[in-house]
Design a protein around this ligand. Sequence first.
Ligand code: SF4
Ligand code: SF4
Length: 307
Amino acid sequence: MQTTPRHLTGRIVNLQHFCVDDGPGIRTTVFFKGCPLRCRWCHNPESQALSKEIMYFSDRCRLCGSCACVCTHGGHSLTAEGHLLDRSRCVRCGECVGRCAFGALEGVGRDCSIDEIMEELLSDRVFYETSGGGVTLSGGEPTMQPDFAMGLLSACKAEGLHTCIETCAYCQTETIVALSPLTDLFLVDWKLTDDDLHKSFTGVSNALIVENLEKLCELGSSVILRCPLIPEVNLERGHLDGIAAIANRLKNITAIDLEPYHPMGIGKTVALGKRPSYENPDFLDTVLADDARAYLQDIVNIPVSIR
Ligand code: SF4
Ligand code: SF4
């Protein structure tokens, strides 16, 4: 296999330390930028576009004007209506972000080399070793930057670290095959069983995802299914039966994690200058989440948990 050069760069949103929900033990999670899906309820909309972006939080803006002074592209202006960010002028240089003393502007997306990221990941080694943890690639979607993902995982394996990928599995099957020997555990999303609904709510068919789940089974890779619970989208018994059918058919699926909807993505979507396409402001009722868990647990032979 060809070795990925350690100076290869990839684009990430951020790197998060001490994560306990992204695989076993204490983990450091690398959030990749870019995703091929457009789930309407997305919890991390800042990771969807591969391009760098600027987020503007109007509730934090004090109208100081520092951003307008520094931007040479006319991106910011202060008018009688307040502060305006003209995204058609913005070239996403990020100059204004550092000038805003109130945290109203945030740049999303930075390019890092494998070496740079490894230095940060290895600083947490003691936590991995004492907790049985490791490194997780998440996003966004790690398979959108396959060479970078493979390079990072190879570097982690060379250091003896446990590796996970959180993925929507909507990628070329050859990418899944290449990632398999480098990944100790796949956390694969399963969002909607009905393919028409899947297309409508995520923008793509789930056929390739099924194909890749089957390939992971053939390769003997360990998989945990991760299923978001979204009100008025996928709480029906038909979808829960669909989750069970996959879990009972593919013997390498070792657990099911249910992820109840939360509305945190809405404010971030607005801050990105986009219109939310799913505007439910309420957290999923815990009774509904518990019902779904109990129903599923009765029809599968693997643990079902709520994350
Ligand atoms: S990111 Fe750069 S171009 Fe865009 S608004 Fe800020 S300073 Fe202007
Ligand atoms: S620098 Fe920040 S607080 Fe000041 S006007 Fe610009 S966005 Fe608002």
